[in-house]
Design a protein around this ligand. Sequence first.
Ligand code: NAP
Length: 249
Amino acid sequence: MTNVPTVKLNNGVEMPTLGFGVFQVPDLSQAEQAVTDALEVGYRLIDTAAAYQNEEAVGRAIKNSSVNREDVFVTSKLWVSDFNYKRAKAGIDASLQKLGLDYMDLYLLHQPYGDTMGAWRALQEAQKEGKIRAIGVSNFYADQLKDLELTMPVKPAVNQIEVNPWYQQDQEVKFAQSEDIRVEAWAPFAEGKHDIFTNETIAEIAAKYGKSNGQVILRWLLQRGITVISKSVHKNRTDEDIDVFDSEL
Ligand code: NAP
């Protein structure tokens, strides 16, 4: 089983550098099985969201696994329809209830729309109350990150954004890193688009290291200081996608 290294967030909380996401797995038994498989092969970061409608399945898989709750880093996200102070408070409690947990490790504002400030105040309070260990955002651009930093007591620990070879986002990555906000890459494989798993340039690099295209991409992200979350509903792929800590590009 692979041991995934961790990194310290700006509030001192330790977060695995590689994790497993369950976007576009609406079938609850399939989502539960995928998370069960992921925990079995060594993933200790599970990424879901209210909008994915599978928080219950994630919670069940964690509960039924032999891994202790405190050894799993659980992330969920608040959807934009709950972006104001009051609704966000209820949204946080709804996520906790669906997950069957009394705390989440990371909770994110899913998109930078609507009353993000009101929702952020609710996240800050929930963190103080011990319901969330670290709070962050997703899909925020540099100016929106800076707005939060300048106006709110707690700055985001994480910005989860799309980063992959087809969409490298150098400026956004550099800005967040310069502010000590951890970048977490979603869709590291660009959801499989544009033949990423067979691209010849990546395949040449992969052959040199005896790895697959996907593994080279994950390594490239990790070596840029980015936490990465991938997804697969096939255990052999889940297993392949975590096997990236035995070599360096
Ligand atoms: P992704 O991880 O880039 O790609 C997933 C696709 O790659 C699936 O079709 C999967 O197929 C395939 N795949 C995975 N490993 C493979 C391998 N070794 N060989 C061949 N194919 C492989 O896309 P993603 O799921 O969109 O992103 C990952 C996670 O990021 C999500 O699950 C979610 O948690 C998060 N996310 C966040 C946001 C946001 O707005 N914050 C948006 C999108 C995603 P199979 O499943 O069929 O194996």
